[in-house]
Design a protein around this ligand. Structure first.
Ligand code: CUA
Length: 159
């Protein structure tokens, strides 16, 4: 088969680009521990509602005085459905799912994470002002995905 000189150049160029991109993916995963967009902490999804820290989700104060929210995203609700946190303090969210992939987005803020079964998603955010925010699932998770919502209420911090 005769391949034109310029066509041969294009084939070699395209193959080199594919090789470079694949190398970048593998190199990033191996050398920089690139992993799914959740915390690398894992747990068995079957234990979420019985034996893990997520069996009784809610807001609590950790030993060091920090505010921690443990929450479960499941078909088709958040537990707790209403979360109350203080304004002006760092709030650490820890979330997981017992069933499928969900999203956890506090609308109008930069609090937004994927909630992946088998993983604990964690992020810390400070809400500067008191207010009420809509909590949404932004990953399609089933027929009632559009009804999966909750409320986050940021309260004036106690003096
Ligand atoms: Cu949960 Cu969409």
């Amino acid at each position: 088969m005769k391949v034109d000189f310029y066509e041969r150049l294009w084939i070699i160029g395209a193959a080199a680009m594919i090789a470079a991109f694949l190398t970048a993916i593998v190199w990033g995963a191996r050398m920089h521990a690139v992993h799914p967009p959740s915390h690398i902490e894992t747990l068995d999804p079957l234990t979420v509602n019985t034996t893990s820290e997520f069996a009784a989700p809610g807001v609590h104060i950790d030993d060091d005085g920090s505010v921690v929210v443990t929450a479960v995203a499941e078909m088709f609700r958040f537990r707790p459905s209403v979360i109350r946190v203080p304004a002006g303090k760092p709030v650490r969210f820890r979330m997981t799912s017992p069933d499928v992939l969900h999203g956890f987005q506090v609308v109008g803020t930069n609090a937004n994470a994927m909630v992946v079964p088998g993983y604990v998603s964690e992020f810390t955010v400070t809400f500067p002002r008191p207010g009420e925010y809509l909590l949404l699932c932004n990953e399609y998770c089933g027929l009632a995905h559009h009804q999966m919502a909750g409320r986050l209420i940021v309260e004036e911090a106690a003096p």
